[in-house]
Design a binder for this molecule. Structure first.
Ligand SMILES: [Zn+2]
Length: 499
């Protein structure tokens, strides 16, 4: 491979040859030689015709052309003729997929990325919509926090964005606010079951879930039991074993299992839509089988770390780089997570993109009681999943699209505006070269994180052209797009019939 985004260091400048005339806020990452085309980021209107590709949606694959007019898909069909002045993109031999939707990233203060750098990594990896969290500061209401984060989206984002309100504690005020979150087009909240007082607040948690069901608000849950985790840390600390070498023991799988059982019980008891983030173990997956078989709206997400890496990494060199919540699990769990995505027991693959620098992760002050969990994943999630799943396992192309775009669009109230290539939908499109090979290299990661847990991983299949609402934002090895061109997506409240 020669010209993909990876392999060769990207020039992190907007003043590369041919680009210096672009408006100041325009962000361009380009290989110097390729940047000389000078075409990136200029075109956002008119007609774009993607010709000769194989269009993949969750319901199948068809040979078709895709006509984009302004920001919207106008037509999908055979042998479409370009209109006057249309730009034609030759997609012969390529796959034409809906832009990826990653509902779970951390592009908020506290992490290495801002919404601009996070957007660039996402777009380079074929993801056109990202979800991140709106967390109220001391004394700030969830609605005020949402307004603050919406302003950040408007100033910084290039990808489109959805916001989940990370709120605690559960209160009557929160219950009263849920319909307003839905009215503002951001109908999702997140609770962390790892909180030491989660159990003590259970009665109010149930009341919030009942109100969330009525308001069409999806509740995301981090499923690890805080009391069991605290007990593990207390025992290890008493024995003097506080270093991250003991990280696996500090977060036992039973803490995930019991929290997941409780989440499934809450789904059954309240009927509220509940979305479990970053599932990591076969036992947790099994704990959801009954609720899902009963048709309850209990949605499951896993993340790349859990389908590619096993807990041996936490026992090897630079093990601190692999610390996440939950921790990496044994190989059997890794296989279970990949199988769950392939066979439909898991709905969504999301990054949980949590960008840190290598120095931050290796900070000797960290311990089992004080961690910096997670890793950068936005740029490489889709190519790696494509390569490992479609290339080496029995993951079909429609199922790839379903788990990386369509399901998230449906669960979070964006379908069919997003998550499908269809007339009337937003023109969010990733054109993939299924044969392009490259290695995952941190030096190519547009995230401000400076290492990758997958360094050197060989991948076949990369998005080569990415279009966000009709604007070509990745092309010929370059990422372009103005900070602030991303939009906060106006979402619909959750409805049972929509998933
Ligand atoms: Zn997260």
């Amino acid at each position: 491979m020669s010209t993909s985004l990876s392999r060769r260091a990207l020039v992190r400048t907007a003043t590369a040859a041919g680009l210096s005339s672009l408006a100041a806020p325009t962000i361009v990452h380009a290989l110097g030689a390729l940047a000389a085309t000078g075409r990136h980021g200029e075109r956002s209107a008119g007609e774009l015709l993607i010709r000769g590709g194989r269009v993949v949606n969750a319901d199948g694959v068809v040979e078709a052309d895709v006509r984009i007019v302004e920001t919207t898909i106008a037509e999908v069909g055979r042998s479409l003729a370009p209109g006057a002045g249309a730009r034609v993109i030759d997609a012969r031999g390529k796959l034409v997929l809906p832009g990826g939707i990653d509902p779970h990233t951390h592009l908020h203060p506290g992490f290495a990325d801002d919404m601009t750098s996070g957007s660039m990594a996402a777009l380079a990896g074929g993801i056109t919509t990202v979800g991140t969290f709106s967390t109220p500061r001391q004394g700030e209401t969830p609605l005020a926090a949402l307004d603050r984060m919406a302003a950040t989206v408007q100033a910084e984002a290039i990808a489109d964005v959805i916001l989940h309100s990370a709120v605690w504690p559960p209160t009557d005020e929160l219950i009263a606010m849920l319909p307003q979150l839905a009215a503002r087009g951001q109908p999702s909240i997140k609770f962390y079951m790892v909180r030491p007082d989660f159990g003590a607040q259970m009665e109010m948690v149930v009341r919030v879930l009942e109100a969330a069901r009525e308001a069409g608000v999806v509740t995301m849950l981090h499923c690890e039991d805080g009391a069991l985790l605290a007990a593990a840390v207390r025992r290890l600390t008493a024995a003097g074993n506080t270093s991250l070498e003991h990280y696996i023991e500090s977060r036992p799988v039973i803490a995930e299992v019991v929290a997941t059982q409780q989440a499934a019980a809450l789904a059954e008891s309240t009927g509220a839509p509940i979305y479990l983030v970053h599932m990591s173990s076969a036992r947790a997956l099994d704990a959801c089988a009954g609720a899902r078989a009963a048709g309850l709206p209990l949605y499951l997400e896993t993340r790349p770390l859990f389908i590619h890496l096993s807990e041996e990494k936490l026992r090897g060199p630079d093990y601190q780089l692999y610390v996440g919540q939950p921790p990496l699990r044994p190989r059997a769990d890794v296989d279970a997570m990949m199988r769950g995505l392939i066979d439909g027991r898991i709905d969504v693959l999301a990054t949980d993109h949590a960008p840190w620098t290598r120095a931050q992760k290796l900070d000797p002050a960290l311990s089992i009681a004080r961690v910096r969990p997670g890793a950068s994943d936005l740029q490489f999630m889709l190519p790696m999943f494509f390569s490992e799943g479609v290339g080496k396992r029995k993951l079909t192309l429609p199922r790839f699209v379903e788990t990386t775009s369509t399901n998230a669009a449906k669960i979070f109230g964006m379908y069919p505006q997003k998550g499908v290539i269809r007339a009337g939908s937003d023109a969010d499109v990733a054109i993939w070269d299924p044969r392009r090979t490259a290695a995952v290299l941190a030096v190519d990661d547009l995230s401000k994180s400076d290492y990758s847990p997958y360094e050197g991983w060989q991948v076949t299949g990369w998005p080569v052209t990415v279009i966000r609402r009709g604007e070509v934002v990745v092309e010929a090895g370059a990422v372009s797009g103005s900070a602030g061109s991303g939009r906060l997506v106006e979402r619909q409240p959750w409805r049972r019939s929509s998933t």
